[in-house]
Design a protein around this ligand. Structure first.
Ligand code: UDX
Length: 449
């Protein structure tokens, strides 16, 4: 398996679930194109090598003070991770240069947050490709926000929240990935990310038909090839990448539910809520009368370990109609015929997974790219409805009924199914993602001539 003829690629992952998953999927796809793959990872949240016997692994020892039990390095840790990982990666690549020709490293593909890898690749003189794990539309805001800053559009007043942002149609100020509360820190972070410019190419987990305009603008701005290879979850379907153990028993429960009747609820790997939001969510789900499968990630409710805040008799209240789990096999769930809707935080992986299966969404984004994606889901692709900012049980119940049993929800479902068909075509021979993957392979090989 390791003797792949196209050469070796080093993939540098950032240790968050939503970043690790698409990079491992990309590794699988490129392995099928003949590349040997080395996954460079931190000590924190490492991938499980036994799930990927065809990859080699390289530990880049970070020295962060965060606890082994916390699953979330903060954005303030990004600089430290980049500092710590630089020398070990460079040493590995220098050693690798002395190995047989067939095992030469022909390129580095790094997560956008692991920008140190571009400097290392430059030093070693090999191509450096960046994987941006969010949408093209989000990445486009990185390009435009500095311009808006210079023009004095920030900070903005609350009265402008629903106004359109100039140059970022269809986003409103409330959809911007910059929180009003700590705008300065986030903008500094965005500025760090602008170091990203030194790449040979960009890879995105997206599809032409979804984000044509943003993709075009990214290409115009960065003047490097932009490869759009999505949905990675469809191109590498069998891969297990979860940091948390999946509760697969929920599939048996789904098998007993009527077609398209279940609302799947998950807020991804990072979003947190408070006890009041958890209780309101529970009552909204319970009062909706709709079957539901709800992921409550341990540690995702501040002040609680898991679901202690729910009424003691919550199981009797929901009976067989609802199931609460700690972590689910999400891709399998979204592909299940019993699932008719997804109440999501609109993380990009979850969004692509839902669109790939034709499942319409209730959108309650929490931060950064999620807000941009929610706007596209609700306003551009029209396959999602926006949950009011106030997360109370009446709003929740109303939104669930609108999506699961109303005419509006049914229309969204029809549009979602059409999108699914377009997405399926994109990965078939001659489709846009299929072609882009071939172009990427060709690009890496030609850059090494
Ligand atoms: C966040 C961002 O919102 C995302 O866009 C960014 O690129 C990475 O950081 P996250 O909260 O992890 O992401 O959400 P998402 O991108 O949706 O990724 C979550 C992943 O976890 C998905 O692949 C989903 O299938 C998986 N998941 C989630 C499970 O396998 N089981 C669960 O129970 C919940």
């Amino acid at each position: 398996m390791e003797n792949q003829s196209a050469g070796r690629l080093v993939l540098v992952i950032f240790p968050l679930q939503g970043h690790t998953t698409p990079m491992l999927q990309l590794g699988n796809v490129l392995h099928s194109k003949g590349f040997a793959i080395t996954i460079a990872h931190t000590r924190f949240n490492p991938p499980n090598p036994s799930n990927h016997p065809h990859f080699s692994f390289l530990l880049l020892p970070d020295t962060l003070p965060y606890s082994e039990t916390s699953a979330t390095p903060s954005i303030y840790d990004v600089g430290n991770i980049n500092r710590d990982c630089h020398a070990p990666l460079q040493e590995f690549l220098e050693l690798q240069k002395q190995t047989a020709d067939s095992d030469q490293v022909v390129g580095i593909i790094y997560d956008a947050l692991m920008y140190f890898a571009a400097t290392v690749a430059d030093h070693i003189k090999i191509p450096r490709l960046v994987l941006m794990t969010s949408s093209a539309s989000f990445d486009q805001t990185f390009v435009t926000i500095p311009r808006l800053l210079a023009q004095g559009s920030f900070p903005f007043e609350d009265s402008k929240l629903h106004d359109p942002v100039p140059q970022l149609n269809p986003l409103r100020f409330k959809d911007l990935p910059v929180p009003k509360e700590n705008m300065v820190e986030t903008l500094q972070f965005l500025d760090t990310a602008s170091k990203l410019k030194s790449f040979s190419a960009i890879i995105l987990n997206t599809i032409d038909c979804l984000e044509e305009s943003s993709l075009f603008q990214l290409q115009e701005h960065y003047k490097v090839p932009v490869f759009r290879i999505g949905p990675l979850s469809k191109l590498a379907p069998a891969l297990s990448t979860s940091f948390i153990k999946e509760e697969t028993s929920c599939i048996a429960w789904l098998n007993d539910q009527a077609a398209k009747s279940v609302l799947y609820v998950s807020r991804g790997s990072l979003a947190v809520s408070d006890e009041k939001e958890l209780a309101e969510t529970f009552w909204g789900l319970a009062n909706s009368g709709q079957p539901f499968l709800w992921v409550v990630r341990p540690g995702s409710v501040s002040g609680s370990e898991w679901t202690e805040v729910l009424p003691r008799d919550f199981k009797e209240i929901i009976g067989e109609r609802g199931l609460i789990v700690k972590w689910a096999p999400q891709k399998e769930i979204l592909a299940h015929s019993a699932v008719g809707g997804f109440w999501s935080h609109c993380g990009w992986n979850s969004t692509m997974e839902s669109l790939s299966e034709g499942v319409p969404m209730i959108c309650s984004p929490q931060f950064l790219d999620q807000k941009v994606t929610a706007r596209y889901l609700t306003y551009v692709w029209e396959v999602g409805l926006e949950l009011d900012d106030v997360l109370d049980r009446q709003n929740i119940e109303r939104s669930i009924r609108r999506l699961m049993t109303g005419r509006e929800g049914n229309e969204m479902r029809q549009r979602a199914i059409k999108l699914k068909q377009m997405i399926n075509v994109s990965i078939l021979k001659g489709g846009s993602s299929f072609n882009s993957l071939n172009d990427l392979t060709e690009f890496i090989l030609t850059e090494n001539l």
